[in-house]
Design a protein around this ligand. Structure first.
Ligand SMILES: CC(=O)N[C@H]1[C@@H](OP(=O)(O)OP(=O)(O)OC[C@H]2O[C@@H](n3ccc(=O)[nH]c3=O)[C@H](O)[C@@H]2O)O[C@H](CO)[C@@H](O)[C@@H]1O
Ligand SMILES: C=C(OP(=O)(O)O)C(=O)O
Length: 434
C-alpha cells in the first residue's frame, strides 16, 4: 500500500490539462464488445480502474493494441464468453465497479453474461437492481446466487419494449442502452440517466451504426440494429478532475489554468463553484482561476445558509461534493453539504476536523461547514483515503494545510487520477509518493 507525503501549504501556479473522463472511459471501453470491428479510443486515462478493465477485456479475448499515449485500438472479434465463469474473471471483474457494463453488450451479442459482486468505492449501498430490471424487461432471464454473489443473465431472444427505470442509474442506463442497440424492435427508456458519460456513449454507439433518439434527455428511444461497425471516439476531459482543480486552486490561493477543459460540457458545475464565491474565467476552451485571497459563500435570497446537494444530471454530480466540502472549510461563510445519493461518503470529515476544520456532521448525509476565511489554517495530519473522491479531497486539504500530512491507501486516488502527484508537483506542489 503506498502513501503520499505532502508538505504544505503549497501555493501553485501554471497550466494543467485534465485527463480523459474515468466514468466515460469505462462505458465506451465496454461498448467495444458490441462489434467484431476495430474501435479506436482516444484520451483514455492511464488510471488503475481503466487499466484493470482493459486487462479484463484482453483476458476475454479482445485484441487490444496500445497506439500511443492515451490511445488504444480494440477488436472484439473472438470473445471467450466461458472465461466469465472462471475464478480469474471473478477476481478481475470485482476489482472495479465499471466492469459491470460488460454485461449489456455480452447479453446482446452472445445471449448470456455473468458477473461477480462489483468493486468500486465503499460509499454505502450500491444496488444493481436497475441493471437487471432493464435486462429482464428486454426478455432476459436473471439468476442471482446469493451464496457466491454471482449474477447471471441469459436470453434466447431479446425484444424491444417500453421501460420506466426506478432510478436514473448511470451505469444501469449505460448497460441497458448497450443491450438495447442490438435488440430487435424499439426500446424506450424513461427516467434514463443523461450524464455527459451517457451522452458520449450514445454518440459513439451512433457512430457505430446504432439508432438512438433523445440523447441528452431522460427519454431514450432505441431502434435495434442487426450489427454494429467499428468507429473512432474521443473521451471528454474528466469533469470531476476539472472540478477538483478549481477547488484546489481556490483553497490554496493558487493561480491555475485548466487547459482544454471543454467548459460547455460541465453543466451546473461552474455555477456551483461561483456560488462558493470562487472566481474563474472561461477563456476559449480553458478555465483560468486567479489567485484569490478570500472567497465568500453565497446565501439563499432570504439570507439563509446555502445548500450544495447532489442530484442526477443535470443536477450536481455526487462525485464532487467531497471537494466542495473541503473548499468550504476555508471560505467566508457557511454551507450545508447534502450528499443525497450515498450514505457513507461524508465520514472522512472526521479527518478534516482533526486538521482543524469547523464541521458538524449532522447525519451520514449532511455536514454543515463553517468556513475559516483563512484566519486559521488547517494543520497537517496522518490519514487514510477511504474512497477515490474523499482521497482527493484530503489531498487538497493537505496541500492547503500547514506542515506535513501523510495520506495512506492512495491506490484509491490512483484508481481515478492519472499521475496526480507528478502533475501537481509540476504546478509547485510538494507531494512525495512513499
Ligand atoms: C463507474 C461509474 O460511472 N460510477 C459512477 C456511477 O455509479 P453507479 O452507476 O454505480 O451509480 P448509480 O447512478 O447507479 O447510483 C448511485 C447512487 O445514487 C442513488 N440514486 C441514483 C439515481 C437517482 O436518481 N437517485 C438516487 O438516489 C442510487 O440509489 C445509488 O445509491 O454514478 C454515480 C452517481 O452519479 C457516481 O457517483 C459514480 O462515480
Ligand atoms: C464512486 C466513484 O467511482 P466507482 O463508481 O467506480 O466506485 C467515483 O468515480 O467517484
Amino acid at each position: 500500500m503506498s502513501s503520499f507525503e505532502i508538505t504544505g501549504p503549497c501555493r501553485m501556479s501554471g497550466e494543467i490539462t485534465p485527463q480523459g473522463a474515468k466514468n466515460e472511459a469505462l462505458q465506451v471501453i465496454c461498448a467495444t464488445l458490441l462489434t467484431s470491428e476495430e474501435v479506436i479510443i482516444d484520451n483514455v486515462p492511464d488510471i488503475l480502474d481503466v487499466n484493470n478493465l482493459i486487462a479484463l477485456l484482453r483476458k476475454m479475448g479482445v485484441e487490444v493494441r496500445y497506439l500511443g499515449p492515451n490511445r488504444y485500438s480494440f477488436r472484439a472479434a473472438d470473445v471467450d464468453i466461458h472465461y466469465m465463469q472462471t475464478d480469474d474473471f471473478r477476481s478481475r471483474a470485482s476489482s472495479l465497479r465499471g466492469s459491470i457494463m460488460i454485461m449489456g453488450p455480452l447479453l446482446a451479442r452472445y445471449g448470456m453474461a455473468y458477473f461477480p459482486k462489483p468493486g468500486g468505492d465503499k460509499i454505502g449501498r450500491r444496488r444493481l437492481d436497475t441493471h437487471f430490471f432493464g435486462f429482464t424487461e428486454l426478455g432476459a432471464r436473471f439468476e442471482f446466487n446469493s451464496d457466491e454473489i454471482f449474477y447471471t443473465v441469459h436470453a434466447e431472444e431479446l425484444k424491444g419494449t417500453y421501460m420506466l427505470l426506478d432510478e436514473a442509474s448511470v451505469t444501469g442506463t449505460a448497460n441497458i442502452i448497450m443491450a438495447a442497440v442490438l435488440t430487435p424492435g424499439v426500446t424506450t427508456i424513461y427516467n434514463a440517466a443523461c450524464e455527459p458519460y451517457i451522452q458520449q456513449l450514445c454518440k459513439m454507439l451512433s457512430a457505430m451504426g446504432a439508432r438512438i433518439n433523445g440523447i441528452g434527455s431522460n427519454l431514450l428511444t432505441i431502434t435495434g440494429v442487426d450489427k454494429l461497425k467499428g468507429c473512432s471516439h474521443r473521451i471528454l476531459p474528466d469533469m470531476i478532475e476539472i472540478g477538483s482543480f478549481i477547488g484546489m486552486a481556490a483553497i490554496t490561493k493558487s493561480e491555475i489554468t485548466v487547459k482544454d477543459a471543454a467548459p460547455s460540457e460541465l453543466g451546473i458545475i461552474p455555477m456551483a463553484f461561483s456560488r462558493m464565491g470562487i472566481n474563474f474565467e472561461i477563456r476559449g476552451d480553458d478555465i483560468y482561476i486567479p489567485s484569490q485571497e478570500e472567497y465568500e459563500i453565497d446565501t439563499f435570497i432570504d439570507g439563509s445558509i446555502m445548500t450544495i446537494a447532489d442530484a442526477p444530471w443535470p443536477g450536481l454530480t455526487p462525485d464532487l461534493l467531497s471537494v466542495f466540502l473541503v473548499v468550504a472549510t476555508q471560505a467566508k461563510g457557511s454551507v450545508l453539504i447534502h450528499q443525497k445519493m450515498f450514505e457513507s461518503r461524508l465520514f472522512f470529515v472526521d479527518k478534516l476536523i482533526d486538521m482543524g476544520a469547523s464541521i458538524i456532521l449532522c447525519d451520514p448525509h449532511r455536514a454543515t461547514v463553517i468556513g475559516h476565511n483563512h484566519k486559521t489554517s488547517l494543520r497537517g495530519c496522518v490519514m487514510t483515503s477511504p474512497d477515490i473522491r474523499a482521497g482527493v479531497a484530503l489531498l487538497i486539504a493537505a496541500l492547503s494545510a500547514k506542515g506535513k500530512s501523510v495520506i495512506h491507501n492512495i491506490e484509491q486516488i490512483d484508481r481515478g487520477y492519472q499521475n496526480i502527484d507528478t502533475r501537481l508537483n509540476q504546478l509547485g506542489a510538494s507531494i512525495r509518493r512513499i
